[in-house]
Design a binder for this molecule. Structure first.
Ligand code: PMP
Length: 423
């Protein structure tokens, strides 16, 4: 019979080595916050397919919407023959993305593609080629997105130099000694040493760094960036691929920053497990590229658009923004209690339900515990993820639809793991 081990052996023989896999588990079925593997074992899913399942695995509404779409058509290519659901998704995003101005939207399939296209739009609008991105930022694995990603290993290791015209500023992170002032000074250094502001098309950042470790930019920092961009005619791009679709307790994290971006990227949880991404921005910025310059065969696929419209309905019907905040509070308070017994839990933080636990020992990052806790949790039936420049952050991306009892069970397993590993 099929086992995780037998599939792992076949995977190793057949799948390119560069495609990682965090847990040696193969999925047979999933529903809401539960996953069953090929051996029939149930796991509680605190990973959510990396921030894709804010509405859970196969939410009945999402499933029904996709099934209904499948009765009608699955593909025409929006650039060949249009369909209403693509327009509806754009109309909805134009309303949901923060910013008190007329907006337009374009749809794609992956987060990386959204990032690539945000940069294309900013370049066309400003007629400039430079982009400022941040240390430990993650923007994807396609070439231009990869150039923006601020971590070499494993993402661009062995692939040679990335494309030019990307300048790296420091992301503010008080916990690791980088203040907002330090971060602003690093941008001024770029202007002094590397490129004039008039050569910079865009500044791109995640309002809360995802892969980089769940560090939130402060509203004050975001306001300073906004002022700088206004002064220099630079397009501000908020990469909300991981923070968006309700994870942080507002539909977009930028709603908590007091200023808005010119272009916002979204993907992941927007379509509840179906591949959809996009960019929404100021209409005049978005229209800087002429017909044919944006798009893609599968961008805004009908099944994914149907899923996204259902996800947005579920958010309203089940009040998932409130739920994100409630879950986040509950998780943080449970973790704060665990922190009392385990000083290695150096920091518990998060906006809404985007929660991180940072492990340190003797004032230094302690990634060794992360790997052990991930394995221990899996053995006890809980799927967790780590992140962070130092690999010492555990992150929780549980579906917002998780039943209270199951959330409690997952937190109980986490506590048992801390007790076993941290001692
Ligand atoms: N931007 C951010 C902030 C992300 O978290 C990710 C994915 N982790 C991406 C871009 C890339 O998205 P994708 O993997 O869908 O290309």
């Amino acid at each position: 019979s099929t086992t995780n081990d037998s599939l792992m052996a076949r995977r190793q023989a057949a799948v390119a080595g560069g495609v990682g896999q965090i847990h040696p588990i193969f999925t047979a079925r999933a529903e809401n916050a539960s996953v069953w593997d090929v051996e029939g074992r149930e796991f509680i899913d605190f990973a959510g397919g990396i921030a894709v399942l804010n509405t859970g695995h196969l939410h009945p509404k999402v499933k029904a919407a996709v099934a209904a779409q499948l009765e009608d058509f699955s593909h025409t290519c929006f650039m060949v023959l249009g369909y209403e659901s693509y327009i509806q998704v754009c109309e909805k995003l134009n309303q949901l993305v923060p910013g008190d101005f007329a907006k337009k939207t374009a749809l794609f399939t992956s987060g990386s593609e959204a990032v690539e296209n945000a940069v294309k739009v900013a370049r066309a609008y400003t007629k400039r080629a430079g982009v400022i991105a941040f240390t430990s930022g993650y923007h994807g694995r396609t070439m231009a997105a990869l150039a923006l990603t601020g971590k070499v290993a494993p993402y661009s290791k062995g692939m040679g130099l990335m494309s030019a015209n990307v300048f790296r500023a420091e992301f503010p992170c008080a916990l690791h000694g980088v203040s907002d002032d330090d971060a602003m000074a690093s941008i001024e250094r770029i202007f002094k040493n590397d490129a004039e502001p008039s050569d910079i098309a865009a500044i791109i950042l995640e309002p809360v760094q995802g892969e980089g470790g769940f560090y939130a930019a402060s509203p004050a920092f975001m306001q300073r960036l906004r002022a700088l961009c206004d002064r220099e005619g630079i397009v501000l791009i908020a990469d909300e691929v991981q923070t968006g679709a309700g994870r942080t307790g507002t539909f977009f994290a930028m709603e908590q920053m007091g200023v808005s971006a010119d272009i916002t990227t979204f993907a992941k949880s927007i379509a509840g497990g179906f591949p959809l991404s996009g960019i929404t921005g100021k209409a005049e910025v978005m229209d800087a590229i002429g017909p044919g310059g944006l798009g893609g065969t599968y961008g805004g696929n009908p099944l994914a658009c149907a899923a996204a419209l259902a996800v947005l309905e579920v958010f309203e019907e089940e009040k998932l923004l409130e739920r994100a905040n409630a879950i986040g509070e509950r998780i943080k308070s449970a973790l704060n209690t665990m922190q009392v017994e385990h000083p290695q839990i150096a920091d518990v933080r998060g906006l809404g339900a985007m929660i991180a636990i940072e492990l340190m020992e003797d004032g230094k990052p302690a990634p060794q515990y992360c790997a052990q806790i991930l394995a221990e949790a899996r053995n006890r039936g809980l799927i967790l993820l780590s992140c962070g420049t130092y690999g010492n952050v555990l992150r929780i991306l549980v579906p917002l639809t998780v039943p209270d009892e199951q959330l409690g069970a997952g937190l109980g397993i986490l506590k048992a793991c801390f007790d076993a590993v941290l001692k």
